[in-house]
Structure formats: structure tokens, C-alpha cells
Design a protein. Structure first.
Length: 365
């Protein structure tokens, strides 16, 4: 995410002007935004004009509008955030208090204003505008006739593409089947070219039950060699075959626990979160007295400076209740001050989904 300008007062009031350049940036922007914030951006609105003869004409104008946010909707599939609220700045075309919904998609300039930027907001802003991009991991879950493409970043587990082709049954003469398999492989190959940026991803995991993944990898490298596809050939060491019990999204959880996969994604934020969660579960079994979860238990442990590792899911900071949000922010600040390691998990990631099942907040002592 590109930070164009930021301005903060001593009392915490201020604004930041940002441009979301990729899908992950929109998720960061969504986490930064809350009800009561102001959002300023270019938008389109129908304007009614009365002519000299009394006739009313309607035209769509592109205008700059600032709304006080009443509700926020994040659309992951469409890569857009919708801010609904009331106009809160004088405008030639729109009355004060008039309702409007701003749609912010990729490469839109947006100014986000708050009455108070707390510590978690400022940390989220720093992480969102960090120029060092997090390495992505692409996952291709593949079996005969089905291939599901996913991208894993530090905060997102996103479905990006799907290939589905019904294959005929194998018969004594397998010509028809073989041709269908080649057609399927060609579509998957094209899917990799179109939906996976090999210059950005750290590795591409080919996973699934059976041997389709291995057969496809051999076929893909052969095709790349015969067609002179240097992009695939230069990155062939990035492709890793691993076993998965199925080709559905739940397989991501077992893949991320795989040792071979963990080596491939080492030094990423996602790997650190998974390791912390794994250590928590081990401690639950071996030393249950050294774990705590749930707001009440964790707060007691934090107040006693007893927490060694604190794990919080980001959805807790989106709480509409300002008092509740402040409570979680204070917990994180107190834990950091006492020397604890704090991990803020994304609710859109596999690890965050697991933490949400533990009330969204947990710690080891």
C-alpha cells in the first residue's frame, strides 16, 4: 500500500492518504477503518439539475466526497470496500447529511480520518505501508479433472482460479482419456501463467491425493522445455510436490503444518503465526496450566505480566464497541511492555480461522 500523506495531532486525531495497490492492501485498509471514521475519495453520483423551463435533468458526475462511516463491507471476491455513511463536508452537489456509499477498489486514492489513532491503528498503518512485500506462497490443489488455485500471503488465503474438466473413464484403449488429460493439463498450465506471479511467489505447492500432481509437474516441465518457456524453467525449483488428503480449501491447514512446506515458507509472517499456534496446542496437552484463552483469562494473565506469547485475531480490533476495542489494544500494549511476544493473526488466513475457534485471543505463560 502506498502512503501519500499522513498528519497526526498530539491528541491522536489525524488522517492518512493511501492507495491500495493489491488485494492484500484492501484487507489492511478494511482493518484500519471503523465506524465513525471519515473517508474521502472520488466517487460518482447522480445529480439532478432543473432547467430554465422547469424540466429536471439527471446526470452522473464524478465528485470528491467525504462521508462519516456508518457501515463497512469488504468484498474479497470483487476486491472492493464499500463505505456507507453521510456526507460530512460542504459540497456544491451533495447536501450535508445526504447518504452515500463510496466504493474503494484497487488504485483508488482514499483519505482516512480518525478522532483517535491508537497504537494498533498506527502499527497496522506501518505494516500496511511497508515497502518490503511479503513473499506469497501459491498453492495448486490438483486431482484428476480438478485444480484449485490459492494464494497465501501474511494475511490472506485467497481463491484465485479453478479448473474443472470431466475426464472419460479409462478403457482398454486410453486414447480418449489421454487426450482429455492433456487438455486438462494445458488449462492448468495456462492458469499458472495467468494467475500466479512467479516473480513474486516464494514457492508453488502442487498438492493433492494420488500421483496427478507429480505427473502434472513432469508434463509441465517437458512442455516448458519444448516450447522454450523460460519463465517456468527459471523458476522450476520453486515448484514443490506435497501430499494432501483432498483438493478443497481445508487442505491448506494440513499443508501449512507439513515440515517440507514450513521450510519453503520459512521467514514469512504466516510461518511465525503457525509456529506460535502449534506451540500453544502442544502446551495445552503437556502443560495445560501454562496456557490461557478467552478475554477474561488472558487479561488476568497480562495484568500479572505472566504472558510470554500473546496471540490475537485482528477481527477483535474491528469491534464496534470502542470500549471493547480499547480493552484489547491496552492488553496488547501491556503485554509488549512486559516483554511478551505479540502475534496479530489475520481472520482471513488459515491460522486466524483456527485462533477464532479459541475465542480469538490466547496466550502461553
Amino acid at each position: 500500500m502506498k502512503l501519500l500523506h499522513k498528519e497526526f495531532e498530539k491528541d491522536g486525531r489525524g488522517n492518512a492518504t493511501l492507495i491500495a495497490e493489491e488485494a492484500e492492501d484492501l484487507w489492511h485498509l478494511y482493518n484500519l477503518s471503523m465506524k465513525g471514521d471519515t473517508v474521502k475519495a472520488m466517487t460518482y453520483r447522480k445529480i439532478q439539475k432543473e432547467g430554465s423551463t422547469g424540466t429536471v435533468q439527471t446526470e452522473v458526475k464524478k465528485i470528491m466526497l467525504t462521508v462519516e462511516v456508518k457501515s463497512i463491507e469488504y468484498d474479497a471476491a470483487g476486491n472492493v470496500i464499500r463505505y456507507s455513511g453521510k456526507n460530512c463536508e460542504e459540497n456544491q452537489w451533495v447536501k450535508m447529511g445526504a447518504h452515500h456509499t463510496l466504493e474503494i477498489d484497487l488504485n483508488n486514492k482514499v483519505t482516512l480520518g480518525k478522532d483517535r489513532w491508537d497504537a494498533m491503528h498506527l502499527q497496522a498503518l506501518d505494516e500496511a505501508t511497508d515497502v518490503h512485500k511479503t513473499s506469497e506462497v501459491a498453492v495448486l490443489l490438483i486431482e484428476a479433472g480438478t485444480a484449485n488455485f490459492h494464494l497465501l500471503t501474511a494475511v490472506l488465503a485467497k481463491d484465485v482460479h479453478r479448473v474443472s474438466l470431466s475426464l472419460p473413464r479409462k478403457r482398454a484403449t486410453t486414447t480418449g482419456y489421454d487426450k482429455a488429460v492433456v487438455r486438462f493439463y494445458e488449462q492448468v498450465y495456462q492458469g499458472i501463467k495467468d494467475h500466479i506471479d512467479l516473480n513474486l511467489v516464494k514457492c508453488v505447492l502442487l498438492a493433492g491425493p494420488g500421483f496427478v500432481k507429480d505427473d502434472f509437474l513432469a508434463w509441465m516441465l517437458q512442455k516448458a522445455t519444448s516450447s522454450g518457456d523460460t519463465q517456468i524453467l527459471q523458476k522450476k525449483s520453486s515448484f514443490v510436490c506435497v501430499h494432501a488428503s483432498c483438493v478443497h480449501k481445508q487442505a491448506l491447514k494440513e499443508l501449512l503444518a507439513d515440515e517440507q512446506v514450513q521450510k519453503s515458507i520459512a521467514n514469512t509472517k504466516a510461518a511465525a503465526h503457525l509456529k506460535a499456534l502449534e506451540e500453544f496446542y502442544i502446551m495445552v496437552q503437556k502443560e495445560p496450566d501454562r496456557v490461557c484463552y478467552g478475554p477474561k483469562q488472558v487479561k488476568e494473565a497480562v495484568d500479572k505480566c505472566a504472558v510470554q506469547t500473546l496471540m490475537v485475531v485482528d477481527s477483535l480490533f474491528r469491534n464496534a464497541n470502542v470500549q471493547m476495542r480499547r480493552q484489547y489494544v491496552d492488553m496488547v500494549e501491556t503485554a509488549k511492555d512486559s516483554g511478551a511476544t505479540v502475534h496479530v493473526f489475520s481472520s482471513q488466513h488459515v491460522s486466524g480461522e483456527q485462533l477464532q475457534q479459541l475465542t480469538g485471543i490466547a496466550g502461553t505463560l
